[in-house]
Design a protein around this ligand. Structure first.
Ligand SMILES: [Zn+2]
Length: 329
């Protein structure tokens, strides 16, 4: 079995069996954090489904090559035009028009709806009709961070495939073997990515990603010594973008977890349970560990978790951040 997917073996197995037995569902919902491998899995499924060789996917036939190049006429990939844009009702109508035509080369048409949580309400409702009565040859794959982000009427018509973050060891190994990343850098990225191989691969090739993380971390750390007015100003700025807010809080959570590990003296090398995330910031972590007791670090971790929890349940980002940053830092 080689779908070229790192990790998620159970999901590959489930889909492969469905392909081989001709028992694919009409609709799947792949969930998991950004960069965990939802798109990779969808593309691998397209190859397995369209492949004209053996064993499928062979990776060499015309169909496999067309899928890899993003040019297979029976694979439709629909998503927001920009990272923060929407899937519009026009995009759904166009999709429905194409889907009403029988497949070109294969026996199926496979549609991937990337970041479907960003579909407008009218687009989601229009798409519901397709989900209710898909053509026989259609396989629809929705990608979203979590099922809760979509309408229940949509979710209930999909088979959910929930992808979990990969262990750091798997990411590290894949970065070295498949992407020829230098071992030290692979080790750092594997810790920073939180199990999202896609993020790690992007960060390995695009220095701007790590620079942004660096800048954000510095800002957050500076806040620990900043007056309340500065913290609230920062909260107001950050809260304008919910996704950035969550990213910043994840980053901060990782930082205080590291501080807790160092101040408790239990941090360890390698990829174990107590391994540090911010491997490249050892000296600064030691400074924080000298300033904050384990109990103080743990209190901050609890506060950040509470804030993330509230945001997950759609609390007001500004209010949530103000509560968090008003905390005695
Ligand atoms: Zn093939």
């Amino acid at each position: 079995m080689d779908w070229g997917v790192v990790g998620h073996e159970w999901a590959v197995q489930l889909l492969q069996q469905a392909v081989e037995e001709g028992e694919l569902s009409h609709a799947y919902l792949f969930t998991g954090p950004e960069g965990v491998g939802k798109g990779t899995l969808a593309r691998a499924l397209a190859s397995a489904l369209f492949c004209e060789g053996y064993p499928r996917p062979c990776g060499a036939c015309r169909a496999c090559r067309l899928v890899a190049a993003g040019h297979h006429p029976d694979l439709l990939w629909v998503g927001p035009a920009t990272e923060k844009g929407h899937i519009s009702i026009e995009q759904i109508r166009e999709l429905q028009r194409i889907l009403s035509l029988t497949p070109n080369l294969a026996r199926h048409r496979l549609v991937v709806l990337d970041r479907f949580e960003q579909a407008t309400a009218s687009a989601a409702n229009a798409f519901l009709k397709t989900l209710e009565e898909p053509p026989d040859y259609a396989v629809l794959i929705l990608l979203a961070p979590e099922a809760d982000a979509l309408l229940p009427t949509i979710v209930s018509r999909c088979q959910i495939v929930a992808l979990r973050p990969l262990p750091a060891r798997r990411v590290e190994e894949a970065l070295i073997v498949r992407w020829q990343v230098d071992p030290d850098r692979a080790r750092l990225l594997a810790r920073l990515c939180g199990g999202r191989l896609g993020w790690a691969v992007r960060a390995a090739t695009d220095p701007a990603i790590l620079q942004r993380r660096e800048q954000r971390l510095q800002e957050l750390l500076a806040l620990t010594a900043a007056p309340l007015t500065d913290r609230f100003r920062y909260a107001a700025e950050l809260a304008r973008d919910p996704e950035e807010t969550r990213e910043a809080l994840d980053l901060w959570l990782g930082w205080w977890r590291d501080v807790l590990l160092v101040s408790s003296g239990v941090d360890e090398e390698g990829a174990g349970e107590f391994a540090l995330t911010n491997l490249d910031r050892r000296a600064q972590l030691e400074q924080f560990a000298a300033r904050f007791s384990p109990a103080q670090a743990a209190a901050r971790i609890r506060a950040i978790r509470t804030a993330l929890d509230r945001l997950q349940r759609n609390a007001n980002p500004l209010l949530t951040l103000e509560v968090l940053l008003g905390f005695d830092l």
